[in-house]
Design a protein around this ligand. Structure first.
Ligand code: C5P
Ligand code: C5P
Ligand code: C5P
Ligand code: ZN
Length: 489
């Protein structure tokens, strides 16, 4: 539960002290929702501490990316949401005296240590479900505020009230940490746990997060009600989920004014009474169609709301916010997502929304493709090869979202291949928390199986990835299947 985490915080203090000794810092982060929020948290904290910095994003922190970073004339590099898994590569550089790495990450560390390494896994905290990269960056930001006594935030914090106090100690950054954790799908059983829950508490105290039980559907802020229900497939409700006409009939059958000026309203705009009416009818329908009680419980979960953002926007809901960020960073526009995180509500937000429409289309086309063409089943896994038909940066998201569709099992991990370039193939693997409880560790599978065929990989127990040489896909699947057999026996 949410007590202080002394060892982790001590390590954060050491990292913060090192950053304060630097004349300037290069901040390097990962290109997804968690990586962007990590970068936003770290850059706000550096700025408030009065430490000059520059930000770069990398798709993968491979040898080439580390070499590029080493070639800059920065003596101190802060890695967020990656770095731990590449400590071997970074370490070799360190020996050459190129730069001092400071790392705030939550991925499985490589077999090598470094002095300024902040990672929940080093302190018995689960990096896939209890603290994300943004969470680790937040812990660092909190320490930095204390160590630097927030040199510039003091002058910023003139607007009085909670927000000023929260800015001075960086607690206002908890909102972004929650978006990062939700974006990495760290919520399980309907809510965030462990160190994440502690960050939520700080965010609530600071007035930047609100929590409450709500309908567990994606799109409560922005989707018109029929779409909200039709697209919600985590809990399948016969005659509503994946059923456009059915969802419309269901809503028409309620004694409520759910249209305004001819347009369907959104969940976020309903009154509490109206929400109650829709939710009860939904549960009633689920019960009468024979949906198991355990599944029905999953219709309600904890919602994480950013109360300072306008009602009806993606930014108000942690889950929708994180998807908006993925829509930028996974399409080589991390700058746009970072801008949104840092408060740009004009150009960056407009651009991000355009990218989101494209991202949505790509996800839905990708899911359709995989569902239509099906997967190949091995003993302990299922796999598909998307070639160049799904972008390698989103093939993992597609694989995870396709699980549970017709012919795609949720009782075996799924492995997805997509072309990266002429010589290399990207591999993404996704499992379920249920499989993890039975021994699944996809990080080990991706790491070991890729190295056998001359590639490299890593990640988390429940979601991991790798890069392998083109042509080695079958050999990779064979080895992964063997390892999975051992893990799940
Ligand atoms: O690199 P990073 O840790 O930020 O990425 C984690 C990835 O794993 C995200 O794309 C997230 O959606 C995915 N994930 C998942 N299922 C989980 C946990 C994480 O698909 N249960
Ligand atoms: O893998 P990543 O964290 O990017 O996934 C975001 C999650 O948001 C998806 O797994 C899915 O559950 C949800 N989502 C959705 N509809 C969309 C986009 C995302 O349900 N259009
Ligand atoms: O790219 P994808 O979304 O499939 O990545 C899933 C997880 O595996 C992420 O946490 C990512 O950082 C990690 N990964 C890795 N090494 C790779 C590819 C992915 O650690 N070569
Ligand atoms: Zn992450």
């Amino acid at each position: 539960m949410a007590g202080p985490i002394p060892d982790l915080e001590d390590r954060a203090t050491r990292c913060a002290q090192r950053l304060c000794e630097a004349d300037r810092v290069l901040l390097a982060s990962h290109i997804d929702a968690d990586g962007l929020t990590s970068a936003a948290i770290a850059s706000s904290a550096l700025e408030r501490a009065g430490i000059p910095f520059e930000t770069v994003f990398e798709k993968q922190l491979d040898e080439a990316a580390v070499a590029d970073i080493a070639a800059t004339d920065y003596d101190t590099v802060l890695f967020t949401d990656f770095g731990s898994g590449q400590l071997d590569v970074i370490g070799d550089r360190e020996d050459a005296g190129d730069f001092t790495p400071v790392i705030a990450d939550h991925h499985q560390p490589a077999d090598r240590e470094t002095e300024y390494h902040l990672n929940p896994l080093l302190f018995g905290i689960n990096g896939a479900s209890e603290l994300s990269g943004a969470g680790a960056s937040y812990v660092l930001a909190r320490a930095l505020a204390t160590v630097a006594d927030n040199r510039t935030a003091r002058s910023v914090a003139t607007d009085g009230g909670t927000t000023a106090a929260a800015r001075a100690d960086n607690r206002d950054l908890a909102a972004l940490a929650v978006v990062g954790a939700v974006g990495d799908m760290q919520a399980s059983g309907g809510e965030l746990h462990g160190a994440n829950a502690k960050i939520v508490e700080e965010g609530v105290d600071a007035g930047v997060i609100e929590t409450g039980k709500d309908l567990a559907l994606y799109g409560k802020q922005t989707r018109p009600l029929p779409k909200l229900l039709e697209y919600a497939t985590d809990v399948h409700i016969p005659g509503i989920s994946n059923d456009q006409q059915g969802a419309l009939r269901f809503l028409d059958g309620l004694d409520l004014e759910l249209k305004r000026d001819g347009e369907w309203r959104r969940w976020s705009g309903l009154t509490n009474d109206e929400k109650q009416t829709v939710a009860s009818a939904l549960v009633k329908r689920a019960v009468s169609s024979g949906v198991p009680a355990k599944k029905i419980d999953q219709l309600v979960s904890t919602a994480y709301v950013l109360p300072e953002e306008p009602v009806g926007t993606e930014l108000r809901d942690a889950s929708e916010f994180s998807t908006l960020l993925n829509a930028t960073a996974r399409y080589e526009r991390a700058d746009v997502g970072l801008g949104v995180c840092l408060g740009d509500r004009t150009d960056a937000l407009e651009r991000a929304r355009k990218l989101l429409r494209e991202h949505r289309r790509n996800l839905s086309e990708g899911i359709d493709l995989v569902t239509r063409e099906g997967v190949t089943h091995a003993d302990n896994l299922q796999w598909f090869h998307a070639g160049d038909r799904i972008r390698e940066t989103i093939v993992g998201i597609v694989a995870g979202m396709a699980m549970g569709n017709a012919g795609i099992s949720r009782s075996k991990p799924i492995i997805a291949f997509a072309e990266k370039n002429d010589d290399e193939v990207k591999v993404s693997a996704r499992g379920t928390h249920n499989l993890v409880r039975k021994g699944l560790d996809l990080s080990a599978v991706m790491g070991d199986a890729s190295r056998v065929v001359g590639g490299d990989g890593g990640g988390h127990d429940v979601a991991a990835g790798a890069t392998v040489p083109t042509g080695e896909e079958e050999a990779f699947v064979e080895r992964a299947d063997e390892i999975l057999g051992e893990q799940l026996s």
